[in-house]
Write a protein that binds this ligand. Sequence first.
Ligand code: ARG
Length: 231
Amino acid sequence: ETGKQDVAKTKLVVGADATFAPFEFTDPATGKYTGFDVELIQAICEEAGYELDFRSMGFDGLIAALQTNQIDAVISGMTITEDRKKIVNFSEPYYKSGLVVAVQEKNNQIKNFDELQGKKIAVQSGTTGALHAEKATSKDKITYFTSSDQAMLELKNGAVDAVVMDYPVTAYFIQQGNKDVKMVGEILSAEEYGIAVPKEKTETLEKINTALKTLKENGKYGEIYKKWFGE
Ligand code: ARG
């Protein structure tokens, strides 16, 4: 193949909180980052001609890292919200999600979101789950964790009554053998995940959107989706 020359690619520094399986997490077997978001951003970089530099950091620091140009983009199961859109730009949505309430399997008291009033809730800091928990109960009943795993452990240990977190992550957690946890009630508020970029990096955003569109059209997006979500 002659067309391929050794041209230095532009680096894309992408931040994520890699404690959010199946979107971004460390594969225990290989020690490498893996998940739906990780494979999607790899494919986007390949398509757009970027060299990917993937970095994990706390979720509640990701937007600040974008604003201070420490990173060029965020892919982290991050919900596109009006508040975040004031500070950063988002790509076209790449995943439809929502929040759910998780309780211990043996809990027959909490059956839905409305029954969280006065209950102890664990959440991940800076997330839409945390915002919803704050609407459901008073702030002094909420315990904030840096990672979603920690919030789930707190529930398993019985230190809190519930966790409010993204449905696909909660479902995956239970499916991975945590049968002492269950989901109750409806999936709350339809949310969509997007890739966030600093406001001024309009060219980066365009490249990401173009690549995402191509991957949706050429079946690559569908392939990655199927691998992680089965359909
Ligand atoms: N979707 C939720 C939000 O945007 C939670 C995302 C948490 N992501 C993570 N990688 N920990 O607030």
